[in-house]
Ligand binder design. Structure first.
Ligand code: SF4
Length: 327
């Protein structure tokens, strides 16, 4: 705690105890580095400064402000949770851990962070940082990839919780990301060095113990980039796929369009649990009659490079558009 007092990172959300802001920052920074996500966080808060503004916004606009952060399902959940707060809690952010947990997209870690930072709840916000720091300090070989790890490390954390749990949770976040890093921890600057069993026994690389590897799934996708004179066709994904609600190119074309296929580009893209191989066929419709027929069919949205900035696309498709339709 003394170390945190002197070394806390100076971040905009550290100046507030507004649960709404803490919540948004926890979700934004779950998988994004602080300096990468900071601008997005600031823009998001500027446009949606409170629960009500967010709850009453159009979903597509929320997605647009999430552009660049990936994990769009989180933006969809944030939007739904804001509506839940309006409907179930009369617009007031719930203050109890159990109530916060009922909100869409909020798991135990985020609920604990909000409850402790904003409402003085006595709950450790156990995440990968906790697993790493605690398993090293206690040279504890409990497997962090097992389903019981969360309960185990929560109980361990409870044994050392000070009164100010909000600051303690934030101290563990900072210590885990700045000092006790997964690779090359900076033990020489660590305030826990004297008490750290992994350090004193020179076994840091043995902790934390993780036996299960994340299983990667291979997924092949095929798209058609149907375009004419800078305009192209898109549609919004409706099903429960990873890119639900995002815009994408058509996934099939009519036989009439086959003669216009110019070539195919293959893009490899990695997500947390998926290896995607995306095949994009370039379909340049150089017949005005066919193009007009396509427009008349009204099945797709027609846009161009500029219009595409107003919509959220999966990252690889966004890059494809930018590279293909250069000024
Ligand atoms: S001494 Fe090293 S291994 Fe131990 S808690 Fe500190 S940074 Fe982590």
């Amino acid at each position: 705690m003394n170390w945190y007092e002197k070394n806390a990172r100076d971040l905009p959300f550290r100046q507030t105890k507004d649960p709404y802001k803490i919540w948004i920052c926890e979700i934004v920074f779950q998988q994004t580095r602080i300096n990468q996500g900071l601008n997005h966080y600031n823009n998001f808060i500027k446009r949606f400064p409170d629960v009500k503004t967010l709850a009453t916004a159009e979903e597509n606009e929320v997605l647009l402000y999430w552009k660049g952060l990936g994990y769009y399902s989180r933006a969809i959940n944030i939007h739904k949770a804001a509506q839940q707060i309006m409907n179930d809690y009369k617009g007031v952010f719930p203050s109890h851990y159990e109530d916060i947990l009922t909100l869409k997209g909020i798991g135990k870690y985020t609920a604990a962070a909000i409850a402790s930072i904003c409402f003085n709840g006595k709950i450790p916000a156990v995440d990968g940082n906790f697993y790493r720091v605690l398993s090293r300090v206690f040279a504890d070989d409990f497997d962090i990839s097992g389903s019981k790890a969360f309960t185990y490390f929560s109980e361990l954390a409870h044994l050392i919780l000070p009164d100010n749990v909000g600051d303690f949770n934030q101290a563990m976040m900072d210590l885990g990301s700045e000092i006790c890093k997964p690779k090359n921890p900076v033990c020489i600057e660590c305030p826990l060095q004297e008490d750290c069993l992994a350090f004193s026994t020179n076994k840091i690389s043995d902790f934390p113990v993780k036996t299960k590897k994340v299983k990667m799934e291979n997924l092949d996708l095929k798209y058609y980039f149907v375009h004419r004179k800078g305009q192209f066709l898109i549609q919004q994904r409706k099903d429960d796929f990873i890119w639900k609600k995002l815009f994408e190119f058509p996934i099939s074309i009519s036989i009439d369009l086959e003669p216009f296929v110019k070539g195919v580009k293959v893009i490899n893209h990695k997500l947390t649990h998926k290896n995607l191989q995306i095949e994009i066929a370039d379909v340049e419709v150089n017949s005005e009659i066919v193009w007009n027929n396509l427009i008349r069919e009204n099945k797709y949205i027609i846009t161009d490079r500029e219009g595409s900035h107003e919509k959220s696309f999966p990252k690889p498709l966004e890059s494809y558009i930018q590279n293909t339709l250069k000024d």
